[in-house]
Design a protein. Structure first.
Length: 316
């Protein structure tokens, strides 16, 4: 017996009818998913994984940028009085200066408005911009095998002058001033221009130090400066240096969050898109770490646009 639905679809196709529907529909609104625990109170897991940037992720389905995703989650959480604490699940080498600062700002604003504790749990990586974001938390936990630190700023740019000369191409810029095209990938940076960029980097670096000091009241600025030479630390080394509070796993971070919120029990929840699946606190933690995360950052944009990128990023 023929399936009448299948027969009807085939008939419509043969008749020349066309259909206008997306093969891969866009992401829908966030949905709450419980992954652990019990009770009315909730602990929300917020994931900070991969490169920190304002770029939307392209693929079969375009997804919001990390900034937009975090903002959406915090906006929803702010309306839910049962959200009593947040755990940041951090697994990132860092990212752009501005994106890191925006997420930090959103977390601080949420904490001020809702008066709920925020606990950061560093997974594989919580370096540079990842540590910057962790500084918004009331407590920071690292796994025994975590890598953190890399407090500092790096400027990414390219110099394609030699390549263009080899292929016989010359780029010419007509500018209103001698510094208008500073950082151009089509010519060598001058000593004066390097000094100007260094001034910007020093300013971003000082802000990073201030953010760390605000989050690490146990450390004096001189101590932070000695730690903030760009080096990385294991979880144990970071604890000894005072950069993290405890060594523990993600479940331990949840327990710390419950304790900080004065809870004996709570449901651990995440926000996810339709079609995604979570069944425990480690679900969805599939972002690449280390150099593999750089694949998420469009370095070709630097080449095409010629604009230097200021990064809170561990980039060995």
């Amino acid at each position: 017996m023929r399936n009448p639905i299948v027969a009807g679809v085939i008939g419509l196709l043969l008749s020349g009818c066309t259909f206008n529907f997306p093969l891969f529909p866009g992401p829908g609104p966030l949905q709450e998913m419980q992954v652990d625990g019990a009770g009315k109170a909730k602990v929300l897991l917020v994931e900070i994984s991969g490169m920190i940037s304002s770029q939307e992720k392209d693929g079969f389905r375009q997804t919001p940028s990390m900034i937009a995703s975090v903002k959406e989650q915090l906006t929803r959480a702010a309306k839910d009085e049962q959200i009593k604490a947040i755990v940041l699940r951090i697994n990132t080498p860092g990212g752009t200066v501005t994106a890191s600062d925006i997420i930090y700002h959103e977390l601080k604003t949420f904490k001020t408005n809702r008066k709920v504790p925020i606990i950061a749990s560093i997974m594989d990586l919580g370096t540079s911009g990842g540590y910057y974001i962790a500084a918004a938390a009331d407590k920071v936990l690292a796994h025994p095998s975590s890598v953190t630190g890399s407090i500092g700023v790096i400027m990414l740019t390219v110099n394609a002058k030699g390549l263009l000369e080899k292929i016989g191409v010359e780029a010419t810029a007509v500018t209103s001033g001698p510094r208008k095209d500073m950082g151009s990938p089509f010519r060598t940076m001058t000593t004066e221009e390097r000094a100007i960029f260094q001034g910007l980097i020093d300013s971003f670096y000082q802000r990073f130090l201030t953010i760390v000091q605000e989050g690490r009241t146990n450390l004096q600025m001189e101590q932070i400066k000695r730690l903030a030479d760009g080096r990385i630390y294991t979880g144990e080394q970071a604890k000894e240096a005072g950069l993290v509070d405890e060594i523990g796993y993600l479940e331990d971070a949840v327990e710390v969050a419950k304790k900080q919120a004065g809870l004996t029990e709570a449901r651990v929840v995440t926000y996810q898109r339709p079609g995604e699946y979570s069944n425990n606190v480690y679900s969805k933690l599939v972002a690449p770490s280390g150099l593999a995360s750089l694949a998420e950052f469009d370095l070709a944009t630097v080449v095409r646009g010629g604009t230097p990128q200021f990064m809170y990023l561990w980039m060995p």
